[in-house]
Ligand binder design. Sequence first.
Ligand code: 5RP
Length: 219
Amino acid sequence: MTQDELKDRVAQAALAQVVQGELIGVGTGSTVDRFIDALAASGRRVAGAVSSSERSSARLRGHGITVLEAGAVTRLPVYIDGADEIDPQGCMIKGGGAALTREKIVADLAERFVCIADQSKRVPVLGAFPLPVEVIEMASAQLVRRFAAIGGQAVPRPGVRTDNGHPLLDVHGLRITEPLALETEINQWPGVVTVGLFARQRASLCLLGTPAGVQTLVF
Ligand code: 5RP
């Protein structure tokens, strides 16, 4: 079974998490693209969606699903998004698709974060996937030095700007055994817009696509 087929499986399984008639938070990525398509095809009606990227907003609108600004919403029952890595506590690395800041903002509005991922994303310890960090450009060189001081090699992501207009660093070589402490630390560094560590906004549930079926991990 291919990775794409596993993504299709979890996208379908995530439909059961949709609260009909309510608003929904929608993330970004190839797994979420499949979820958006599955939602539209399912006939399940939501009151509207708050999206974490221009990419997902365009896809939602293309299916006739209303997209609301985050500022117009006080609460979402559920946020559905993918991950680049997820650990045994539901902490994640996200931002491979450069949408980490808006993903964190929408996740913060949600009562539950449902992670949808294929089994390759499940790891014992976060860090093999380079940690994305959205930064203010003038701080970039100093942040590269700060990451070096904790054992990370931060590399600017070439040719990429986020939907917010900022550059990204991808930090290689970290072994993240204490995600909450590291997220808290990096959040203090001047010039960091968002670190793609989701420990505060970790998953409450993960639907993991495996060849044997969709595994449900509750955190
Ligand atoms: C985007 C993300 C995505 O959720 C993450 O990169 C996973 O993407 P995919 O579903 O394509 O594997 O964090 O910023």
